[in-house]
Design a protein around this ligand. Sequence first.
Ligand code: SF4
Length: 347
Amino acid sequence: MEKKNIRNTPPEELTEFLCSHGEKAFRAKQIYQWIWQKGVHSFDEMSNLSKGVREQLAAAFYFDNLRAGRIQTATDGTTKTAWELHDGQFVESVLIPGKDKYTVCVSSQVGCQLGCRFCATGTLGFKRNLSAGEIFDQVVFAQKAAEERGSTLSNIVFMGMGEPLLNYTNVLTAIKHITDENGLAMSPYRITVSTAGIPEKIRQLADDEVRFNLAVSLHAAKPDTRSRLMPVNQAYPLDQLAESLKYFVEKTGTRPTFEYLLLNGINDSTEDARTLATYCKQFPVKINIIEYNNVEGSAFKHTPDKQRDAFIHFLESRNMIVNVRRSKGKDIDAACGQLANKLKKGE
Ligand code: SF4
C-alpha cells in the first residue's frame, strides 16, 4: 500500500485508520495536536502513543518535512533559508528581525507562473504547489529560530516564492492550523497574504470571510507600466482588480495594502504618484513603498532617496497612508527566489 501524507489526511480518515487497527478514536485528536500544535516531524516524537501505534502509523503515513539547505545571514540579522523538499525541489523563507520581534516571509509554491519582471522567482517557472504542511513548517521553524534568539515570532507574510491565491486551498488550510486554538494559536491579524492580484480569488477570500490582512502587489497604476512589470495585468487588468477590492472591502470591512516597489525611471515619477493616488481613491487602502535592492545583471535600479521622498510626499499630500519598507538583508541574496535559483544552478 502506498504511504499517504499524514498532514494531508482528513481527521475522519485518520480516525477510521486508528479504529480499524483497534485503537480508540481520541488518538486521532492526540495525533493532530502533535502535528499542528506541537509541530512535530515524526511519529517517534508522539510520546503518548504506544510504540505499536507509532509503528503502524509510520508504515501507512509519511511526513513531507522540510530540510534546511543553505542558510544566509545578513549583518542586520535577516536570515534566509533554502528548504529542500521531499522531492528535491527548493523553496525559501526569510526571517526578518524587527524592533523586538521577528517576521517570517514564507513561500507558497515552488517557482511561480506569473513571471513578474523584477522577481527572481518568476524566472524559475512554476513547478508545484506547496502542501499545507510544507507552508506550516516554515512558520514552525521560524518560531523556533526566533525563540533560539531569545525573541518571538510575531508576524507572518506570504510574500516569498509563489502566488498564494493560486494555491488557495493549501494556503488557507495552513493558515487555519497556524491560527487555530488547537494549532499554533497565532492571531490572523498578524498574517498578511500578498497577491499579484487575482480578482476571482480576492472575491473568494471575501466570501470566505477571512480575517488575515490582504496585500496586493500593485507596483504601477498605469496599465502599460503594470503590464510591462507584471504580465498578470493583461489577464486581470486594473479595473477588474479594483472591482474585486471594492467587494473585499465591503464584505470584510478591512483595508488592503498596496505594495509598490519603486523602480528608478519606471514607476517613480510624480506623474506615476498622481496616477496611483487617483487609483487609490476607489476604496480605503494603505500603501507600502518598497525599496528595490540592486541585483547584479538586473535592468532595474534603486530609486534615489530624493526621488523616493518626492514620490511619498506627493501621496501624503493627497492624504494617503504611506509606509516605507526599508530593505533588509542587503548583503545576502534577499530578494525572493535568488537563493533557490542559485541552488538550482548548483552555485
Ligand atoms: Fe510570482 Fe510573486 Fe514573483 Fe510575481 S513577485 S513572479 S507573483 S513570486
